[in-house]
Design a protein around this ligand. Structure first.
Ligand code: F6R
Length: 621
C-alpha cells in the first residue's frame, strides 16, 4: 500500500530525477492511487520543491505540465492509499517540515502518531494535514534542527515511531542524498552507475537497474550518486550482498494488451510453467528455493496450516485438497488476520505455509511471526523475491509468476496453486506417502497444464461475449463443490473487485441450506461442474444443484470439461475447459471466471487494473 520511489543522481542531469521518480510512480501506481506527489531538491537550499495532487498519477502529471518543477539531483515520490485523512491535495505526500527544508513520504501506519502530534504541537509546530506522516516529518525536522545529520535524525525518528513504516526524506541543504528507513513495510535499493534508487518494489527502478539490495527490519539507508550505506538501528554499518532481479522491464509492461490484467491472464501458461521449472535436485528430489527446513521436522509434522488472505487464501484452499490427499496430514486453511487472534493450536510439529504474492501483506506477516513464536516451521509460497515473508519464513518456494501489476490477482493465483501442489508432492515424497512412479505421474500431470491453459485462453471469445451482454446485472452467484468451491469463491471475488457487482461464491451443496432463497427469475448462476470422469457422485450431485436453481428460474452458466454433454443440457451457456485430473482442474476452470470479470468490468468502462478502493499489497493490518 502506497508506492514509494527515491532517486539520486549526478549534478548536471537536471531532468532525470523527476523523470525517474515519475516513471517509478507510474509502475508503482498499483499500490495505491488516491493521490500522488513528488519532492525534488533543486538549487534552492532553503526549500524542497514539491507538487502533489489528489486522484490518480495523471493529475500530478498534468500539474507538472502546467507548473514544472525546477531541475534537481535528488527526488522522492509517493502514490497514496489513504489511511489517515481523506485523499485530498493537502493529505497527499510529500509532507514538509522545517519551513520546507525537509520533505518526507511514508508507507504504513504510525500507531503512536496522536501522542507525538500532541508533543510536537506543544513546541509550537503547526500541522497542515490529517496524516500520521506529517508527524514523522516534523519529528525528523526537529531533530535536524537540533544539529543531527539527516541519517542520524532518521534513525532517531524511527526509534520513536511505533507501527509500520517506510520513510524517505530529502533535505534542501543536501542536494545529493536521500535517506530511507523501514519497519514492517517494504523498501528495496536499486544500484546504478553514478545514480542509485529506492523503491517499495523493484518495479520502481527495473527499467534502470536489475541489481538490488534488500533492507531488513529497522535498517536505515543513505543513498548518494556513488554510495549506498545501510546501517542498523544502532548506527552500525551493515554489509549486504546485492542480488540480481530475475525479470526485466518488459515483464512489467502491458505487452500489447489493453490492460495489465488481460496480459497477466495471458501470462498464466508461463506463470505455471516457470513455477514448475527446475524443481528437482541432483538426487531427483523436489527442492525448495531458499532456506533449509530439516527433513526430520517435515517428516514429523502432524498438522499443516495454510495462512493467507483474499485470492491467496483461495489458492490455499485449493492446495489443501491436494496436500491432504497426497500426504494424509490434516491441513487447515486460515485467513491470516483471523489466525493469531484465535489462539490457534500450533506446536513444533506444525508446518505453517504462508501464501502471498507480494510477500508484504501485513496480516500474513504478523501471522507468520505468531506461528514462529509458537515454534512452528514456516514455509513461504511467495512471488516477490526478497520480500518480508520470503525473508522471514524458514524456507521459500517461489511462485515464478513475474511481476503482477493489475491490482486484482490472476496469474499469482495459478502459480500459488502450482507451488502448493509442488509442496504437497515434496512432502508426500519425503514422508513416503507416494512411490516414485506416483510422484512422477503427478509431476507429469502438472507439466501438461500450461498447454491446457493456453487452450482455454485461445477459446475464450464466447465467455467474453456473454460477459459483455451482462453489464447490467446486479448479482451473480457462483457455485462449486470440492476443488470447485474455492474456484467459485475466487470467481465471485474477481467480479466484486473489478465490476463492482454483488457476487457470492457458495459450496454447491450449501445452497439448499439457505442461499437458494436468493434465486429468482433470470438470476445468473455460474456453476463449476466437476469432471464426469472423477468421482461420479460429485458430477451428478453438482448437476442436481444446477437443476435446483434452474427450477427456480436461474440462468445457469456452466464451466464443464470438454465432452461433458450432460452438463450442456443443464446450462443456458456452457464454457468448456480441457479435461484434466480432478485436482488439476482449478488451474483451468478459474480462467473463464477471470475473463468474465475482466470483460464485464471493461464493458462497464471501469479501470480493470486499478479498481476503486483497492491497493495491490495490503501493508497495514
Ligand atoms: C484479490 C487480491 C487480494 C490478494 C490479497 C493477498 O484479487 O489480489 O485478495 O490476494 O490481498 O495479497 P498477497 O498475495 O500479496 O498476500
Amino acid at each position: 500500500m502506497c508506492g514509494i520511489v527515491g532517486y539520486v543522481g549526478k549534478l548536471g542531469d537536471g531532468e532525470r530525477a523527476r523523470e525517474v521518480v515519475m516513471g517509478g510512480l507510474a509502475r508503482l501506481e498499483y499500490r495505491g492511487y488516491d493521490s500522488a506527489g513528488i519532492a525534488l531538491v533543486s538549487d534552492d537550499r532553503d526549500r524542497v520543491a514539491t507538487a502533489k495532487k489528489a486522484g490518480k498519477l495523471a493529475n500530478l502529471s498534468a500539474e507538472l505540465e502546467a507548473n514544472p518543477l525546477p531541475e534537481g539531483t535528488a527526488a522522492i515520490g509517493h502514490t497514496r492509499w489513504a489511511t489517515h485523512g481523506p485523499p485530498t491535495d493537502t493529505n497527499a505526500h510529500p509532507h514538509l517540515a522545517l519551513g520546507g527544508r525537509i520533505a518526507i513520504i511514508h508507507n504504513g501506519i504510525i500507531e503512536n502518531h496522536a501522542e507525538l502530534r500532541t508533543e510536537l504541537a506543544a513546541t509550537g509546530i503547526n500541522f497542515l494535514s490529517d496524516t500520521d506522516t506529517e508527524v514523522a516529518g516534523h519529528l525528523l525536522g526537529s531533530l535536524v534542527a537540533s544539529g543531527m545529520s539527516l541519517p542520524d535524525a532518521m534513525r532517531a525518528t524511527a526509534r520513536r515511531l511505533e507501527g509500520a513504516f517506510t520513510l524517505l526524506a530529502v533535505d534542501a541543504t543536501d542536494p545529493q542524498t536521500v535517506v530511507g528507513a523501514r519497519r514492517n513495510s517494504p523498501l528495496v535499493v536499486g544500484l546504478g552507475e553514478g545514480e542509485n534508487y529506492l523503491g517499495s518494489d523493484v518495479v520502481a527502478f527495473i527499467e534502470h537497474t536489475r541489481t538490488a539490495l534488500e533492507l531488513k527490519q529497522d535498517e536505515v539507508v543513505t543513498i548518494t550518486p556513488d554510495e549506498v550505506i545501510v546501517t542498523d538501528a544502532h548506527s552500525e554499518v551493515v554489509e549486504r550482498e546485492p542480488y540480481h532481479v530475475d525479470w526485466d522491464a518488459a515483464a512489467a509492461e502491458k505487452g500489447g494488451f489493453d490492460s495489465f490484467m488481460d496480459k497477466e491472464i495471458h501470462d498464466q501458461p508461463s506463470a505455471v510453467a516457470d513455477t514448475l521449472r527446475g524443481r528437482v535436485d541432483e538426487r531427483g528430489r523436489l527442492k525448495l528455493d531458499e532456506g533449509i527446513v530439516d527433513e526430520y521436522i517435515l517428516k514429523s509434522v502432524d498438522k499443516i496450516i495454510i495462512i493467507a488472505c483474499g485470492t491467496a487464501a483461495y489458492a490455499g484452499q485449493v492446495a489443501r485438497y491436494a496436500i491432504e490427499h497426497w500426504t494424509r496430514v490434516p491441513v487447515e486453511v486460515e485467513l491470516a488476520h483471523e489466525f493469531r487472534y484465535r489462539d490457534p493450536i500450533v506446536s513444533v510439529k506444525t508446518l505453517v505455509v504462508a501464501v502471498s504474492q507480494s510477500g508484504e501483506t501485513m496480516d500474513t506477516i504478523m501471522a507468520v511471526r505468531h506461528a514462529q513464536q509458537q515454534g512452528a516451521t514456516v514455509i513461504g509460497i511467495v512471488n516477490a523475491q526478497g520480500s518480508t515473508i520470503a525473508r522471514e519464513a524458514d524456507a521459500v518456494l517461489y511462485t515464478r509468476a513475474g511481476p503482477e501489476i493489475a491490482v486484482a490477482s490472476t496469474k499469482a493465483f495459478l502459480a500459488q496453486i502450482t507451488a502448493g501442489y509442488l509442496l504437497g508432492i515434496y512432502l508426500a515424497e519425503l514422508r513416503g506417502n507416494k512411490f516414485p512412479d506416483e510422484i512422477d505421474a503427478l509431476l507429469r500431470e502438472l507439466d501438461e497444464i500450461p498447454a491446457k491453459i493456453q487452450r482455454v485462453l485461445d477459446t475464450s471469445e464466447p465467455i467474453r461475449e456473454v460477459a459483455r451482454s451482462m453489464a447490467n446485472e446486479q448479482t451473480v452467484l457462483f457455485l462449486g463443490r470440492h476443488v470447485g468451491f474455492p474456484v467459485a469463491m475466487e470467481g465471485a471475488l474477481k467480479l466484486k473487485e473489478l465490476a463492482y457487482i454483488h457476487a457470492e461464491g457458495f459450496a454447491a451443496g450449501e445452497l439448499k441450506h439457505g442461499p437458494i432463497a436468493l434465486v429468482e427469475q433470470d438470476q445468473p448462476v455460474f456453476v463449476v461442474v466437476p469432471s464426469p470422469r472423477g468421482r461420479e457422485s460429485l458430477h451428478s450431485k453438482v448437476l442436481s444443484n444446477v437443476q435446483e436453481v434452474r427450477a427456480r428460474g436461474a440462468r445457469t452458466l456452466v464451466i464443464a470439461e470438454e465432452g461433458d454433454a450432460v452438463a450442456a443440457d443443464h446450462a443456458a451457456h456452457v464454457f468448456y475447459v480441457p479435461s484434466a485430473p480432478v485436482l488439476m482442474t482449478p488451474l483451468l476452470s478459474v480462467i473463464p471466471l477471470q475473463i468474465f470479470a475482466l470483460e464485464l468490468a471493461a464493458a462497464k468502462g471501469y479501470d480493470v487494473d486499478q479498481p476503486r478502493n483497492l491497493a495491490k499489497s495490503v501493508t497495514v493490518e
